[in-house]
Design a protein around this ligand. Sequence first.
Ligand code: NCD
Length: 353
Amino acid sequence: MRHLIDFGDLTRQEWEQLYARVSQIIDDPQAVIDVCRGKVSANLFYEPSTRTNFSFQTAMLRLGGQVFGFADPKSSSVSKGETLKDTIRMVSGYADVVVMRTPWEGAAKAASLYSCVPVVNAGDGGHMHPTQTMADLTTITRLRGKVDDLCIGLCGDLKYGRTVHSLIKALAKFDNIKFFLISPRELAVPDYIRSFMREHNMWFSEVTGLEAVIPQLDVLYMTRIQQERFVDPLEYQRNKGVYVLTRRKLENAKPDMLVLHPLPRVDEISLDVDDDPRAAYFQQARFGMFARMALLEHLAHQPRNDHPDAVEIGTKPVCCNPHCITQTQQYLPPLVKKIGGVDCCAFCDAPLR
Ligand code: NCD
């Protein structure tokens, strides 16, 4: 693995090797305090973040490495009109690994074309968030022993929730998983995710009610309605507060069901759930830091490539997704990939029309 852009790019074996390291680190974090001594991570956060940014920072610091970067793009040259390509070429000359979060879908993939060092996607718009998935899989494996043969409910904003998209892609690598996709109709998973699930013969049922399915679940993955991604504010108003997990609703759930949430929570899990032994979301955030430690250790030791392959200059933007990175960075090549037999943008996965 040279970059982590989309969890779908990792084989199950690669994940299991990485997980073995995550597990060692959780059991003995003192043993790794020097493994990234002399390594430097560039953390480029073009979008607000508390836990992901802190988690990546503390992960590198706990490995003995150093971190620089920004948490507000206004303080970078992007505000002077610099292209992503130039920012990445320059920053990757200073760092051993680049961690980036952006509001543009496909931006980490775009950055990886021009970077001299590995790029980690720490969230690209409403698209993907593979290191959150590492936190999720670590939590499920540590607390349930395995990921196969589970019934998983994904609940909330499945349209804009990038953590859900990444988790679904990852779970395609496991066996015998049943999904209940619980969302208002307006916030159902995007078409490319549905095509992906069909293509991989994943069992799923799309429902609008949480209470009817909760007794069947082994894992309930709650998500926030992603207010910042709505184009139409009325659509947000119609859907906010639609699901609230309470202690009373948990009475009908299995005694060992895990309640996960990538955080931050708004109102979708009431505070009285926090003391229930099934609530695992704060532990999940801590496991996320250990998972990022294993990832950074692996990537920061990859050989540099000071002459990334030449990339053809794009002649026209091919993607109609208004949030796709190809909309603003028009030099990008018009890369295409197939999902479920349909031609899709290789940056943001949206179907090409
Ligand atoms: C998530 C994100 O940024 O997508 N948060 C996180 O990384 N822990 C979920 C969210 O913002 O709702």
